[in-house]
Write a protein that binds this ligand. Structure first.
Ligand code: C5P
Length: 244
């Protein structure tokens, strides 16, 4: 994997990325206002980007927030490279591409990001909703875990800076990818909170101990009565796990 190129992987606070899975820029920026200085990094995914487009990304960057643009690109290398250059111009810090797009597509994204020292490319291996039976239907005999490891190796050889994976897969991926790779895990649930539809979840401390560099947390922060207290508790748990 490429070396760590910026400060996103620094303090406990910078390791929490709050997912803005909401249908409008107004709602997203309302959450950002509410969280204030507690949170420095946000994920913009398909829902918010489809609703609000690059303007909401520009607004977050303008507010000095790190943006993880989770568009899970999967296209011909030329198109992925073109979209990556636009993401770089927007000031995005992390961008996802599907590892199953193949080595040339992954390398095209990495090359397109080469002139943007702030931008890092994350490969998505196997989405959490896919089961072994789903993979079999696609002609893939491996289990989700085996397939995820194979795709992570492919991402590494293409020069990607890291992967997105479930916290349950973080430990084997850390040993495959080495100490410098970014390992970003959704599926994080503080003890005693609702699991919602997350099936392969872990606590913030467990995810960090398993080797995650960054945690993506949505509803446990954005859909609770006191989002800033929830975010601060997660950051404290991350700090505890980093220190232990
Ligand atoms: O569940 P939460 O609201 O914390 O979701 C954070 C992120 O986890 C989402 O933005 C989505 O990308 C991912 N997710 C997932 N599998 C699910 C639900 C959400 O990987 N079942």
């Amino acid at each position: 994997m490429n070396e760590d190129r910026n400060a996103l992987s620094g303090s406990a606070r910078e390791r929490l990325i709050v997912a803005l899975d909401v249908p409008s820029a107004a709602e997203a920026l309302g959450i950002v206002d509410l969280l204030g200085e507690a949170v420095t990094a946000y994920k913009v995914g398909l829902q918010l980007f489809t609703a609000a487009g690059p303007d909401v990304v520009r607004e977050l960057v303008q507010r000095d927030r790190s943006v993880f643009l989770d568009l899970k690109l999967h296209e011909i290398p030329h198109s992925v490279a073109a979209a990556t250059r636009v993401a770089a111009e927007l000031g995005v810090r992390l961008l996802t591409v599907h590892a199953s797009g193949g080595e040339r597509m992954l390398a095209a994204a990495v090359d397109a990001a080469a002139d943007a020292p702030h931008l890092r490319i994350l490969a998505l291996t196997v989405v959490t909703s896919l089961t072994a039976a789903d993979l079999q239907q696609l002609g893939i005999a491996a289990s989700p875990r085996e397939h995820s490891l194979r795709l992570a190796r492919l991402a590494r050889s293409a020069g990607c800076h890291g992967v997105v994976t479930s916290p349950r897969e973080a430990a084997p991926l850390r040993s495959v990818l080495g100490a410098k790779a970014l390992i970003v895990t959704p599926g994080v649930r503080p003890a005693g909170t609702s699991t919602d539809d997350q099936t392969r979840h872990a606590t913030p401390a467990a995810a960090i101990r398993a080797g995650a560099s960054h945690l993506v947390v949505g509803r446990p922060v954005t859909r609770v009565p006191q989002p800033d207290a929830a975010a601060r508790a997660i950051i404290a748990e991350i700090a505890g796990a980093l220190a232990s």
